[in-house]
Design a protein around this ligand. Structure first.
Ligand code: FMN
Length: 116
């Protein structure tokens, strides 16, 4: 990827103190639908690993509910039980293998809708 002179630091590593990103390219949180079914996690891990291999420094996950009451679907994906945590390790391991980092963003839209 050519370094645009407007963004001279884009491909430089970023030391956040607790971790270092290989560059400053961030993939925003996008719900793909694959998050909603356990069987699709290997596919989701492969999808994110490809982005990490393609030099995304930090991937932000989408479609993750903060709890059952804030879920987006009847079979929500979240990080509120151990099974879901082990599923997510498929994703983080695949991304780490490609030198990337992944952050989980809870989708708050449903929570806001419920509180209103
Ligand atoms: C297909 C699609 C799925 C998205 N899914 C999520 C999501 O699950 N969680 C979330 O917080 N934001 C989600 N977003 C919002 C994006 O992360 C981003 O905040 C939004 O698109 C605004 O950025 P932009 O102006 O660069 O498009 C989604 C956006 C798109 C286009």
């Amino acid at each position: 990827m050519p370094v645009d002179s407007h963004f001279p630091h884009l491909l430089a590593p970023l030391d956040l103190g607790f971790t270092t990103l290989k560059n400053r390219v961030l993939m925003g949180s996008m719900h793909t639908g694959l998050e909603d079914h356990k069987k699709d996690y290997p596919k989701l891990a492969a999808y994110f690993a490809e982005r990490a291999a393609g030099e995304v420094g930090l991937i932000v996950t989408g479609g993750i509910a903060p709890g059952l009451r804030g879920s987006l679907s009847p079979s929500p994906s979240g990080l509120f039980n151990r099974l879901q945590v082990s599923r997510h390790k498929l994703i983080s391991s695949a991304v780490h293998q490609e030198g990337g980092k992944v952050a989980c963003k809870y989708c708050m839209v449903a929570v806001i809708a419920i509180t209103l």
